[in-house]
Design a protein around this ligand. Structure first.
Ligand code: HEM
Length: 230
């Protein structure tokens, strides 16, 4: 439990609040911290190079491969109808991006950084635990449909990339992100979680943001960007 968290999320089981609100409020500070990472800032303002972006894509490949392999099992959980969505699946798109950015033998050239391995290990450890899987899915997929769309525009502008190489950020089957995000939040809110499970979901989402910030820090170390200020 995060003792410094805003009252709304302390005892995150505040019964009246929908899970999607608890997740959003409970991760607001971690979101600002992740956004402030030097690597993503420099990547977005065009100060790095396509190789740095390809390195990020390789880390995302490892993370989504783990998230989507457990997602296929969570799909079978009768408590979570419709939480795992085909429209959100990213691995095939990331693989096409890496083939475009690195070449057909991209698997032989990409390196998975230590922070990414830690993130993947946590995703596999969480496995089909519903509140914790939901926390990781929320953190990644709602992020991709929100800030991710800003990141895509900046990559287009900064590195002259268009469709090819940016398929990760392109959700072909989600023409309108806003109503899709609202429906996704409604599915999160409908999960039959008890108070302790809601607490665990918020704590896991905070952890997911920190795991992402650590991946940015590792990428920053490789690509000479300062880490997010502590
Ligand atoms: C520089 C990087 C980033 C930018 C510019 C950015 C920007 C944004 C923006 C503008 C929103 C929409 C806020 C709203 O609907 O009012 C958002 C939402 C979100 N972002 Fe980020 N973001 C960044 C990084 C991240 C990272 C690294 C993650 C997690 C891995 C993340 C996860 C999320 C999530 C989960 C939401 C949805 C919040 C909710 O509606 O519950 N973002 N982001």
């Amino acid at each position: 439990m995060n003792p410094t968290a805003a009252p709304a999320t302390r005892g995150a089981s505040a019964p009246g609040l929908p899970l999607s609100v608890l997740l959003r409020e409970g991760t607001r500070a971690d979101h600002e911290h992740a956004e402030a990472s030097g690597f993503i800032g420099l990547l977005m303002n065009g100060s790095l190079d396509v190789a740095a972006y390809a390195d990020l894509a390789a880390q995302q490949w490892a993370v989504y491969s783990a998230l989507e392999s457990t997602g296929r099992l969570v799909r079978l959980d009768p408590r979570a109808p419709g939480l795992v969505r085909d429209e959100l699946e990213r691995v095939p798109s990331i693989e096409r991006d890496l083939r475009f950015l690195v070449g057909d033998d991209w698997k032989r050239h990409v390196r998975i950084l230590p922070a990414t391995k830690t993130y993947v290990a946590r995703l596999l450890e969480v496995g089909v635990d519903l509140p914790e899987y939901a926390a990781h899915a929320y953190t990644r997929y709602l992020g991709d449909l929100s800030g991710g769309q800003i990141v895509r525009r900046m990559l287009e502008r900064g590195y002259g990339l268009h469709e090819d190489g940016l398929e990760f950020y392109t959700f072909r089957d989600i023409p309108k992100p806003k109503p899709f995000k609202d429906a996704y939040r409604a599915r999160l809110d409908a999960l039959p979680l008890d108070a302790a499970e809601r607490d665990r979901a918020v704590a896991e989402a905070q952890r997911a943001f920190r795991l992402n910030a650590s991946v940015f820090a590792d990428l920053g170390a490789v690509h000479h960007a300062r880490p997010a200020s502590a």
